[in-house]
Structures are given as structure tokens and as C-alpha cells.
Design a protein. Structure first.
Length: 439
């Protein structure tokens, strides 16, 4: 059954005390709210593991599988709709920070999106053309025939209104000399689109060679999905951002966030870490939903350099005339809800069902909203208490386990680490554990 077919809209993503529930209680509450099936609940309960048979069909030389935690980010409202967002990653504090920041923009309606149509680029590299200008002219004069040839594939995507919509040509200078590059622009509907685009590029290669007199070399999708941008924006009042709810404190927080953002805009060294925080959420939701998160990451990072003078911030933060903080993100977001791991991996199917998305565009909006919220969580922490305070509070249990704590020792060591006034290092944790055991 389709991963989205059993889903129902979540009426309220604000789950007070959700973190206090047991893992099983959380699963049952998510099932109640999202309407996912018992099979989906069981997939989550089975630690997200694939059978050896299923794993062996996905990649080569399989020897086993590996689990990562799946957590639910709460408080998200995107385009007026509540969502429980699954994150799959190993890093503590990410889910909590994103949930916290999502709650802080509810006064102005949460997150709003405005996305491009799901258009992907297929690239055809044409070499050894006797006359570049003549070759470009021939391609452009025969563009309708090339587009028709692309759309001659027997494809559900094309039947649903997708397919190749236009072509573009350009000449680039390279170390191997000038190259003519043909782009086919393909509407992929609710698919990520790699297979369809690559098949089209290969299909038209002989005709392109005939028209140009050149030699077609590479025929491949581009992961810089510059025609498939997702845009998400949210507004945060000073009161929402303040720890004490005061305008004055909130204004100070906003000033610190803006200064931190300007650092990332100007400096690639800072931008890299800044954007890593954005991708903490984007990649985690992508992994949870069975997306090609490597392609998404490559596109996001490339766009942050392509759309600026240098590698810069993926997000933008400003203060509006009302003194509110306005955050936005514009980035390529090539995702799909048909085909790929999203239809093979049982936990990915369950996570998509929890989201209840009806289109790839909707999924893109959710992923970008998560990225924007996570970015603000990091910026706000840096501008106030510092990044380590909240992170170490949640990471202390992991450190206790790494030091060898077991059973009840884990919580005792974690609590003592939090009460420790000095640096909270692994050596500190080891000493706390040794002292605990000596008594």
C-alpha cells in the first residue's frame, strides 16, 4: 500500500511532555495522531532494520544493516498545516532545538513556503563540434523534435503531465577546450527524477550528435537543481525569542542572531559550520524519508556558492519594520515520494506516512522548514548561552555510556556532569564514574 495512502492530517503538532513518554508510548501517540498503520508502527519498533534479503536488493556486497535513531520534531506548522517531522540521525540536541524554534514562530503562523515546479536538469556534454555556433543553432532550431523524443518514453511521469519541457544550450571553456553543453529541463512530478532524466539524456544522444556533428560524451543528471528551488520563510517576534518573554531581552537576542548571521554571510569558514547546522535537519529528514540525501546536500552546498560571490550562508536573517526577526531559506530540493528507497525501506515508508505528504513539493517545504528552524536554534544558542550548554545537557548520557557507565550509573553520571562547574570533557566523565564506583 502507498506510504501516504493511510495518513491523515495531524491536528496539532504541539505535544506537551512528549519527551517524558517512553519510546513505546511515543510510537502509540504518533500512531493515534497521524493514523499510520500497525505495519508502520512495527517497522519503527523493529529498530528500522531491513531484512538481509531487502538490504541485498538495495546495494551490493551486503553484510548487514545499521540502525540510527528516529526522533519526532514537534510544533511545526507549514503553510497552515501541522506536521510531526521524523529526523534520523545520531547527534543529540538537533531534534530538541528544531522543535523549540518551530514553537517560537507560531504567533505569525509558522512557516510559509513558495516552491518552484519540480524541474530537474539533464546535462549532455558535446565535444569535437566543427562549428560551435552552427551546432547551437541546429539544436535550437530542432528543439521541439528533441523534446518530443525525450517524451517518447513510456513513462507514468509523462502521463501525469511531467516530462521534458524545454532545452538550453551554452558553451563553457575548460582545460580540454570549449565544450557545448545541452540542458534538458524535465518536470519530474512527485519523483526525484534521476532515472527518468538520465534515460532521456541517453535516448537523445545520437540525435544530438547528428545535429551538431560532434561527439556526445557525458549524459547525466545535475544535482544542482537550480530550477527546483524550495523557499521557506518564518517570522519570530522578540517576545518569542526571549528567555523571559520580554521585548528587551528578545531584541538583544535578535541583535546577536543578526551579528552571527552576518559572520556566516561574509566568511566561508564560518558559513561551513553555519550550513552544517542547516543540514543537520535537512539531511536528517531526508534520511528518515528515504531520500537521496547526498544529492540534496550537494545541491544545497553548491547553490550557496553559485548564488553568491563565494560560499556563504544557506539562510537569510533580517529584521522587519516591526522589529521581528525574519528568516528565510532558498535552496534546491530534489525529493520524491514515488520510487526509490521511500518505497522500499519499511521505516522510510512509515515516516512518510507520519508526515502525510501528498506531493514532493510538500515534502520539500517541510524539509526546508526543518532546516531553517535548526539553523535558528544554533544561532540563538551561540548568541545567548553558547552552543555547548544545551548540547552537553542532552549529550551527557552518551558521554556516560562511552566512559563505561551501565544501568543506573548512566543517569547518575549524567546528572553529576551537568552539575560540574568546569569543562565537561570525557576525562571529567571518567573521573565522575570512578568516584561513583569507589563509593
Amino acid at each position: 500500500m502507498d506510504a501516504t495512502s493511510e495518513a491523515m492530517p495531524v491536528e496539532n503538532s504541539r505535544l506537551s511532555g512528549f519527551f517524558k513518554l517512553s519510546v513505546d508510548e511515543r510510537r502509540k501517540l504518533v500512531q493515534k495522531l497521524s493514523g499510520i498503520s500497525e505495519d508502520h508502527v512495527q517497522a519503527l519498533a523493529d529498530n528500522g532494520e531491513l531484512s538481509d534479503e531487502a538490504a541485498d536488493r538495495m546495494i551490493e556486497n551486503v553484510i548487514g544493516t545499521m540502525s540510527l535513531p528516529v526522533g519526532i520534531a514537534t510544533n511545526f506548522v507549514v503553510d497552515g498545516k501541522h506536521y510531526l517531522i521524523p529526523f534520523c540521525l545520531e547527534e543529540s540536541s538537533v531534534v530538541a532545538a528544531a522543535s523549540n524554534m518551530a514553537k517560537r514562530c507560531l504567533k505569525n503562523g509558522g512557516f510559509q513556503s513558495q516552491n518552484d515546479a519540480p524541474m530537474m536538469i539533464g546535462q549532455i556534454q558535446i565535444l569535437d563540434t566543427p562549428n560551435l555556433q552552427e551546432a547551437m543553432k541546429n539544436i535550437n532550431q530542432n528543439k521541439d523534435e528533441i523534446i518530443s523524443l525525450c517524451n517518447s518514453l513510456p513513462s507514468t511521469m509523462i502521463k501525469l503531465g511531467g516530462g521534458c519541457k524545454r532545452i538550453e544550450t551554452r558553451v563553457i571553456e575548460t582545460l580540454s577546450g570549449p565544450m557545448l553543453i545541452l540542458h534538458i529541463i524535465v518536470d519530474c512530478r512527485d519523483a526525484m527524477g534521476a532515472n527518468a532524466v538520465n534515460t532521456m539524456a541517453e535516448l537523445i544522444a545520437p540525435e544530438v550528435e547528428r545535429l551538431t556533428g560532434g561527439r556526445v560524451h557525458l549524459k547525466i543528471l545535475s544535482n544542482l537543481a537550480a530550477h527546483r528551488l524550495a523557499r521557506v520563510q518564518a517570522t519570530f517576534t522578540p517576545e518569542e525569542l526571549a528567555n523571559d518573554g520580554s521585548v528587551e531581552n528578545g531584541q538583544e537576542v535578535i541583535r546577536g542572531i543578526i551579528e552571527a548571521h552576518h559572520f556566516a554571510v561574509a566568511d566561508p569558514f564560518r558559513a561551513t559550520t553555519h550550513n552544517k547546522g542547516v543540514m543537520n535537519a535537512i539531511s536528517s529528514v531526508a534520511v528518515a524519508c528515504g531520500q537521496d540525501w547526498r544529492a540534496i546536500e550537494a545541491g544545497c552546498h553548491a547553490w550557496s556558492a553559485h548564488s553568491n560571490e563565494h560560499y556563504s550562508s544557506m539562510t537569510n536573517w533580517t529584521v522587519n519594520s516591526d522589529g521581528n526577526l525574519v528568516g528565510s531559506i532558498e535552496t534546491p530540493m530534489a525529493v520524491g515520494i514515488v520510487g526509490g528507497a521511500s518505497k522500499v525501506h519499511p521505516t522510510a515508508k512509515a515516516n512518510l506516512a507520519i508526515l502525510g505528504v501528498d506531493s514532493a513539493n510538500e515534502l520539500a517545504s517541510i524539509i526546508c522548514a526543518a532546516g531553517l528552524a535548526q539553523n535558528l536554534g544554533a544561532l540563538r544558542a551561540l548568541a545567548t548561552s553558547g552552543i555547548q550548554a544545551g548540547h552537553m545537557k542532552l549529550h551527557s548520557r552518551n558521554m556516560a555510556v562511552s566512559a563505561g557507565a551501565v544501568g543506573e550509573e548512566i543517569e547518575l553520571v549524567a546528572a553529576r556532569l551537568q552539575a560540574h562547574n568546569g569543562p565537561k570533557t570525557q576525562t571529567t566523565v571518567k573521573n565522575i564514574l570512578e568516584e561513583l564506583r569507589s563509593k
